[in-house]
Every structure is written in structure tokens, then in C-alpha cells.
Design a protein around this ligand. Structure first.
Ligand code: FES
Length: 127
């Protein structure tokens, strides 16, 4: 069994058989990785393997349509295309109504950061 830590979901840990599909584990265990198509088309499931990148399988051609070489170097994968061979820790972009907050969603906060808080940068506003 492998352990998958969903960093952007409060560090929730799930176990799964070796060579499990990352998005499927997320769905089954309510890990929280965002998705739409489940088939490598939309790019929604983009996530970052923060630890254990060596425990993921080879990059698929479909991933290369959404991610650049430097993204792969930084640990980004598409969850629906990624199979897990050992323990990993994964994070992803958490979207809210105003913009995009990268990183860990604080436990117990069920929404966007308060307006004006330091975490609530709004790059969408800048032209
Ligand atoms: S869910 Fe659409 S590309 Fe992975």
C-alpha cells in the first residue's frame, strides 16, 4: 500500500494499492483534487507532487499539452494521468470566488480569505 498526503486538503492521508491512479484515489477517499473530464483533456487536475515525485510513473503525452518542461521539473503532474508507485505528497491550486489561492487551505475555513487579507491577492484585477 502507498500513502498519499493531500496537502491542500488539510494534509489528509489516504492509503491505496500500488500503481493506483492519483485522481481515482482522490475521488474515492475525498482527497479533493479538482477535476472535470477525468481523461486528460481539460487540465483541471493539475497538481504538484511536493514529495515523492520519484514514486510517480512516466509523464504521458496528454500531460505535455497542459504542462511545460519546467512545470514537470517543478513536480507538476495531471492527477488523472498519474499512477502512484510509492508514498507521495500532493498539493494543488485552490480556487475561490475571487481568484486563485495557491497552497494549503487553512483548516476550518470553508471559503475565501477575507477581503483585504494579505492572502487575498487578486492578480485577476491587474491588466
Ligand atoms: S481531469 Fe481533465 S485533464 Fe485531468
Amino acid at each position: 500500500m502507498v500513502h498519499i498526503t493531500f496537502i491542500s486538503n488539510g494534509g489528509k492521508v489516504a492509503t491505496a494499492p500500488e500503481n493506483s491512479n492519483l485522481l481515482r484515489v482522490s475521488l474515492r477517499e475525498q482527497g479533493g483534487i479538482p477535476f472535470k473530464c477525468g481523461g486528460g483533456l481539460c487540465g483541471t487536475c493539475k497538481c504538484r507532487i511536493e514529495d515523492g515525485l520519484e514514486n510517480t510513473d512516466a509523464i504521458k503525452p496528454k500531460e505535455r499539452k497542459h504542462l511545460r518542461p519546467e512545470d514537470f521539473e517543478a513536480g507538476y503532474r495531471m492527477a488523472c494521468q498519474t499512477f502512484v508507485k510509492g508514498d507521495i505528497k500532493v498539493s494543488w491550486v485552490v480556487e475561490n470566488g475571487k481568484g486563485i489561492v495557491v497552497g494549503v487551505a487553512p483548516r476550518g475555513t470553508a471559503g475565501a480569505p477575507a477581503a483585504g487579507s494579505p492572502a487575498a491577492e487578486s492578480p485577476a484585477e491587474s491588466a
